[in-house]
Design a protein around this ligand. Sequence first.
Ligand code: NAP
Length: 264
Amino acid sequence: MTAAGRTVVVTGAGSGIGRDIALSFAAEGCTVIINDVRLDAAEQVGGEIEASGGTAVAHGGDVADEASIQSLSRLARRQSAPVDVLVNNAGLADSLTPTIEQELGDWQRVVDVCLRGTYLCSRQFAKDFFLPQARGRIVNIASIAGVVGLPMRNAYSASKAAIVMMTRTMAAEWAGRGITVNAVAPGYIRTPMLDALVAAGRLDEAVLRRRIPAGHLGEPHNISAAVLFLSSDAAGYINGVSLPVDGGWCAYGAAGDAFALDGA
Ligand code: NAP
């Protein structure tokens, strides 16, 4: 779907959705620059890509740290081809504590990784690659939590809602310069982040499934498919949108369950 030979940067690609996005671009013949806060996780995914004949470069660094994003851009500059696509995927779950009990530092860290990280990466790669080459694609990973209010997710929901709006503001600013900026808003997707919340008793999978019209959680490849489409030539005139990929979760507004589980 995405032309072979392109160079793609994916943040937070050492796990879950980001890992699947990186593997999917590699399967299309793209060179993938894999960022993760844990270098070993980035290297592991890079190793998987190299083992299947692809090309990958690993970068360890925190997306909330400007110096680290500058080093990611310098690493990309050292590759032989320009960067074509940036996927701002790195994110952190909220502490899921009642508002009046949440530590301000926990709130700030979620905002820094989700929102500041998306801002810093977009700004850096637009300045260093997309604006000078008058071409580029940015795909941000938002969330259904940025579309509707979910209790005890102030930092996460506010950050994701801000990403939806920043997607529009950057698209509006750069559309005339050959750049598209779009977002994908995942619903509940089976990843280590979600598994950890279920294991800790913070989320109940059966309750989630009853609220999803499709009746099941999404898989990382559902998100990768949307990201690859928004990065493709076919999506060249789509700009500033946030596409829910959620099994119908955002569409459902009736009272009661959206899906009847067997035996429920
Ligand atoms: P995940 O499995 O936890 O993967 C996220 C990756 O990002 C991890 O490898 C994580 O490293 C890394 N990361 C965390 N902070 C970082 C930082 N400051 N700089 C660079 N990398 C960092 O989570 P996921 O479920 O795949 O989530 C990926 C994206 O999808 C996030 O933006 C999330 O908000 C969004 N999303 C997920 C769901 C869902 O249901 N899973 C739903 C809606 C939106 P560590 O493991 O070391 O923290």
